[in-house]
Design a protein around this ligand. Sequence first.
Ligand code: AMP
Ligand code: MG
Length: 490
Amino acid sequence: MTITPLPSFPSFDNSYARELDGPAFYAAARPEAAPAPRLLYLNQALADELGLPPLAAEQAAALFSGNSLPAGAQPIAQAYAGHQFGGFSPSLGDGRALLIGELIDREGRRRDLAFKGSGRTPFSRNGDGRAAVGPMLRELLIGEAMQALGVPTTRALAVVATGTTVRREQPLPGAVLTRVAASHLRVGTFQYFSARGDIDSLRRLLAYALARHDAELADAPVPALALLGAVARRQARLIAQWMNLGFIHGVMNTDNMTISGETIDYGPCAFMERYDPATRFSSIDQQGRYAYGNQPAIARWNLARLAEALLPTMVDPDGPEAEIEQAIAQVSEVIDAFPAWYETALREGQRLKLGAPDAALADAWLALLQRGGADFTQAWRALAEAREGNEAALHALFDDSTGLAAWLAHWQAACTATPAQLRAANPRLIPRNHRVEEALTAASEGGDMGPTEALLAALRQPFSADPALQRYAEPAPAALTAGYRTFCGT
Ligand code: AMP
Ligand code: MG
């Protein structure tokens, strides 16, 4: 790895490494050399947002493979713990990721720049620290789709094929993803220090997180409570957005839940087609713990783990029992408020999608979708046409449309939205599983980025009615969806 002084590269301001210094928080590490870096994708709009200088493909490949870092970059692997599928791992950390540094973007926001797949770190355990082209492009496609849909998300800045072969079930081309995030602080970051009884570090982390994400709460009387409430509110809004889009994260471990409220770690995620709350795609989620309909409850469970982790900053665990009970009551109040915050956000989203402020109408609609086997995205979108007088298009989406005509009569009477407003609230284009697979296969097996670029272009305009994009609006054949499984790509 060389350090390249790139002219006009913005200066890094690495607050995490500076303020949370010391071996407790991170380990310095270096990206592994990439033998033949080739730029697959550069997000120019995001690069502009970050104030990066114009980069030739070769420069970008050297930079975003980690072969040559800009001056001021300080690669570190962050420590964190996490509950994975309910079981606690006290020490996870960045096993195949590196925080490169922090930049202040054009709008004054602090953004982490991080690599994923850049090789082994002190947290790698038995892993190779690598990532494959397919899963990194998948993170790009789904993340950018989420961004276009208005969902808080980490962003893909670049994907570089490294020229190495990654050994998975079969040999795969290796890649490094450069990710931009509001921060990489996770629920699991707090769990890490709490579980080790390192309360001093826990307090420092808490102060850092508040200053970074909730500066207005920095002087709150009980900082832990302030942070917990802010995170819970952000997560309530985030999960409500997921649910209203049919998004299934697939691996909502506590190390994959951010403090910032951004969606992170697009592994085995996928969008639901036919509406069924039991839908899950992940091959490793045998029990359906992270199924679509479980996501709000899992979010609350994860927040309860954050609350537990924060408790030692509020009260001495060996102190008087009454004080401990009071602290538990205080955090419990937040955790118990979460379902109502979530419900409010969900209903607000449904109100826009339906054009009517009627929860019972929304519930009846979802029941119809489920019984009728309708595609979730298409059915919502077809409401705009129904509003224009064409209810047949909506009927055609149902295998069994019993009750739909009666529901539509209620809805037409209650709806105050125009067709255009309904179209602006109900996307037509989501990352359809078969289109994503098609694109990843072409890129991974044939080195052809064409399908990925075309899909990305479509996903950047999710509300478009452009007939030329119709192939991206159609669900996969039902047989394909039934057997569809996603993998973590680790
Ligand atoms: P993830 O499933 O990507 O959220 O990762 C969970 C944990 O496993 C994190 O600590 C990762 O850093 C680690 N991990 C995942 N894949 C690898 C890999 N190929 N090599 C080393 N560590 C990994
Ligand atoms: Mg993760």
